[in-house]
Design a protein around this ligand. Structure first.
Ligand code: ZN
Length: 138
């Protein structure tokens, strides 16, 4: 019998060129207003969130041409950027995955949106999906 995962789907990140344009469209789609719009300087992006009943959508737009999201959009266009999971202890999850040979972009969490800790796993370890781990700061 498998042990239930403690990970929770937190949000899907979507890279967009214009946050204003994308927010209008996604507010119509989901029938809700966005919240938590803020600059996340550690990642060179402006973000805003929209709730669904069981997870959130994060729209992220680059703040500068050299941000990783700007490079992503230049290379692939707008679209699905990352999938984020909420975990209890982000450092112990990073240590666990590192010990298993996973390719981590961050070996230690950095400060993310809304005062959470975040860390990214390299897409090559997760079948081409960029995975974000996030955790509440304790
Ligand atoms: Zn995210």
């Amino acid at each position: 019998m498998s042990i239930p995962s403690t990970w929770q789907l937190d949000h899907i990140g979507i890279a967009v060129s214009s946050l204003n344009t994308a927010l209008k469209q996604y507010e119509i789609l989901l029938g809700t207003q966005h919240y938590g719009r803020e600059h996340v300087h550690s990642q060179g992006v402006e973000v805003a969130f929209l709730d669904t009943s069981n997870a959130r959508i994060e729209l992220l737009a680059p703040l500068s041409l050299d941000s990783s999201v700007a490079k992503f959009i230049n290379k692939r266009g707008e679209g699905m950027h990352h999938t984020a999971f909420l975990v209890n202890d982000i450092q112990s999850e990073l240590d666990r995955l590192s010990a298993l040979g996973w390719d981590l972009i961050h070996r230690q969490p950095i400060s993310g949106a809304h005062g959470k800790w975040v860390a990214f796993l390299h897409p090559k370890s997760a079948h081409a999906v960029l995975i974000e781990l996030c955790a509440y700061k304790k």
